[in-house]
Design a protein around this ligand. Structure first.
Ligand code: F6P
Length: 330
């Protein structure tokens, strides 16, 4: 591919979709790299919503001081229905023109990148994506910003619940985030020695689940942890617990939905480093003439994946790990 070195003067940066720990580290990296290359950086508030409303502010190097360790996003985030319309995107583009923003860095997940591809197709503004989502459901990066911190939060919570499960001989159904992807459930399940892990990528057979719970009991376990991804085909943790109870009422069950605790908190070392590298590389990519790509990290190396590919495909979940976790937990 023949790329031309470009010269951008005003780079807009925004976060959109669900917030993820490490987004601030990515914003900091984008702003400071842009300034390093002689450009001005502009922060667009609340993602596409702020773009439509013209809520845009210049960010200096000082503005991004002291944010690398903070969770959430200083630019805030929103899911914008208006941006899904042609009129909404037109308003957004007019505001970008008003602020003379000539390129964009979009930090977020698949919804964010879908919006970015529309804007790019309709108005030709160069856009680079940075993968920021706890779900880890984007193709083109081994992990996404926020995923590691989220898993650490889940593991800390499950370890605590395990204490109560053991003390009261109870079976806990713990629901973790992941509407369409089971990465959080699978890896936190392995890390906490969960007796069962239910994910959207595999069909959950309730009879199988009961058999494996009975097996746990038979070998002398008096408590159990079942991690349920919110998007499991059998339902969320409440539904699964009710179905188990219906078929075998001998268990004392409890449900714990971890919820938005999984999205907050100070980013882990891994997320801070990943976010810094991907934010930096996103700006470099712009100057190197890349467009409509997502910066990612595969096997420790920076990669560029077309945004459309990053959205359409998912990293494959390793189903062998489910089998392994069953063996290790019985
Ligand atoms: O996309 C990240 C995510 O945390 C999903 O795992 C979850 O289903 C969803 O966001 C929840 O979104 P909201 O905060 O809008 O309810």
């Amino acid at each position: 591919m023949n790329r031309q070195v470009k010269n951008f003067k005003r780079i807009g940066v925004f976060t959109s979709g669900g917030d993820a720990p490490g987004m601030n580290a990515a914003i900091r990296a984008v702003v400071r790299t842009a300034i390093h290359y002689g450009a001005e950086a502009y922060g667009i508030m609340r993602g596409y919503d702020g773009m439509i409303k013209g809520d845009i502010i210049q960010l200096t190097s000082k503005d991004v001081s002291g944010i690398i360790q903070r969770g959430g996003t200083i630019l805030q985030s929103a899911r914008s229905e208006e941006f899904k319309t042609i009129e909404g995107r037109q308003k957004a583009y007019q505001n970008l023109q008003k602020f003379q923003i000539d390129s964009l860095i979009a930090i977020g997940g698949d919804g964010t990148f879908t919006g970015a591809t529309f804007l790019n197709k309709e108005y030709g503004i160069p856009i680079i994506g940075v993968p920021g989502t706890i779900d880890n459901d984007l193709f083109g990066s081994d992990t996404t910003i926020g995923y590691d911190t989220c898993m650490n939060t889940v593991v800390e919570a499950v370890d605590k619940i395990r204490d109560t499960a053991g003390s009261h001989n109870r079976m806990f159904f713990i629901e973790v985030m992941g509407r369409d992807a089971g990465f959080i459930a699978l890896n936190t399940g392995i890390a906490t020695g969960a007796e069962n892990i239910l994910i959207p990528e595999t069909i959950t057979d309730i009879d199988d689940l009961i058999i494996s719970l009975k097996e746990s009991k038979r070998i002398g376990k008096s408590s159990a942890i079942i991690i349920v991804a919110e998007g499991d085909d059998l339902g969320g943790a409440y539904e699964v617990a009710a179905k188990v109870k219906e078929l075998d009422s001998s268990y004392s069950t409890r449900v714990s939905v971890l919820g938005h605790i999984q999205r907050g908190g100070s980013p882990s070392v891994a997320d801070r480093v990943l976010a810094s590298r991907l934010g930096f590389e996103a700006v470099e990519a712009l100057y190197l003439g890349y467009d409509k790509v997502m910066t990612g990290m595969i096997n420790g190396r920076i990669t560029y994946t077309p945004l459309e590919k990053a959205i359409k495909h998912n990293n494959d979940i390793d189903k062998e790990l489910l089998r392994m976790s069953r063996i290790l937990s019985t």
